[in-house]
Design a protein around this ligand. Structure first.
Ligand code: FEO
Length: 399
């Protein structure tokens, strides 16, 4: 099934309704691998799909043009969710030349046998006339991988943006105005948090370049096409790119005999008491919450507390897992503290604090540790610590 984006430009990708794990990213709403066909005197296919869905892509293409008539295949990104079908596509399109930047060619040559493929290597500023339309190329390194590129059609003010502006969202709607806003923006934010959060500067640079183009339509490699809310999406990216904090605090914890849980609840109570209705305060048990969701919450949190009891002289494994994932995503502009209980051994809360230090979190207080079962005075100390989170959130995001 194909779908027209504008007259002569068609979506020919694959909707992956059932994927739930995208290299560790929990994709509760599935995903799509978007490929686009530009019909012109010299037809061009922009990006492909995951390898198992090559036949679906070629069937969609064949509804519109004979694969042998395709003149150009553009590869904006070498990651296998978009390049996996290239071997099948290049075999089915013997008259096509693959268009990509040099870094992309280098990676493709590692993944696939490219010895029979014809290449056109492009860089920023290069263009390719298809007939009525032109493809212009813009290198956007680290808007997921170093070889990432975007492709622009000036005649339609249409941008094939690759991973940027995508969402892992399987839907029968193809456009931003065909799906519920609440779901769309949740998935767009989740995508930024889990895929792009650590590439703050390159993404910000790419967004600035996209603004200059003033696109009417943005066609990402995953999820729906932006045509009605392009400006709103760009504005949100400006906030998300820098992890701009909102008036929100998060308390995340693991627990063994409910002591650290009691501490977490007291921290939350303190934050709510201090912040009142102006503050969004949330509590997450890390064994009941995916890392994907925690990362999304961390994208715009102002302050957070992370707690673990001591198990075998260190932190609980699920908290280590969550913090390892978050550390890799490098959330910026965050403040917080570590907490947790201990018995005869030490190490859990201290190890959590060590993670926070390596994440360059501004520590609002020293690690908060309580022995065995929290006393009423200990819980009061937790509430006071929760107030610190709220005060920081309100300070950096004044009402
Ligand atoms: Fe959707 Fe970076 O691949």
């Amino acid at each position: 099934m194909n779908r027209a984006i504008v007259d002569g430009v068609h979506w020919v990708g694959f909707v992956d309704w059932n994927i739930r794990d995208f290299h560790g990213y929990v994709t509760e709403r599935g995903s799509s691998y978007n490929a686009y066909l530009v019909l012109d005197r010299e037809p061009a296919l922009v990006d492909t799909v995951k390898a198992p869905y090559a036949a679906d892509l070629l069937r969609n293409v064949s509804e519109l043009v004979k694969p042998a008539d395709i003149r150009w295949v553009v590869c904006n990104h070498a990651e296998p969710d978009h390049s996996g079908a290239l071997p099948a596509v290049m075999a089915a399109c013997p008259n096509a030349t693959l268009v990509c930047d040099q870094k992309c060619k280098d990676v493709l040559a590692i993944y696939y046998d490219v010895s029979a493929w014809k290449f056109r290597i492009v860089k920023t500023g290069d263009s390719l006339s298809l007939g009525r339309r032109t493809l212009e190329f813009i290198e956007t390194p680290m808007t997921h991988w170093p070889e990432s590129m975007a492709t622009w059609i000036p005649q339609d003010r249409l941008l094939f943006s690759m991973d940027a502006f995508g969402q892992h969202y399987a839907t029968s709607g193809r456009f931003d105005d065909e799906v519920p806003d609440s779901v769309l923006y949740f998935e767009a934010k989740t995508y930024v948090a889990n895929i792009l959060m650590l590439y703050t500067m390159p993404v910000a640079k790419a967004v600035a370049a996209v603004r200059k183009l003033d696109p009417a339509i943005i066609c990402p490699s995953h999820g729906v096409v932006w045509r009605s809310q392009v400006k709103r999406m760009l504005d949100l990216y400006d906030q998300w790119d820098v992890c701009k904090p909102v008036r929100k605090v998060v308390v995340m914890y693991d627990t063994m005999w409910k002591s650290t849980e009691a501490m977490a609840e007291a921290v939350l109570q303190g934050a709510i008491a201090e912040g009142g209705p102006a503050l969004d305060a949330k509590l997450f048990h890390v064994r009941a919450t995916t890392g994907t969701r925690l990362a999304t919450e961390m994208l715009d949190v102002a302050a957070f507390a992370a707690g673990s009891p001591t198990l075998n002289g260190t932190l609980m494994p699920a908290m280590a897992d969550a913090l390892t994932y978050l550390k890799g995503l490098r959330p910026a502009n965050k403040a917080g503290f570590a907490f947790g209980s201990f018995g005869w051994g030490r190490g859990g809360p201290e190890e959590v604090e060590h993670y926070l230090q390596t994440m360059k979190v501004e520590l609002l207080r020293p690690v908060l540790k309580l022995p065995y079962k929290p006393s009423p005075a200990g819980l009061d100390e937790c509430r006071e610590a929760g107030r610190l989170l709220a005060r920081h959130a309100l300070k950096v995001c004044p009402v």
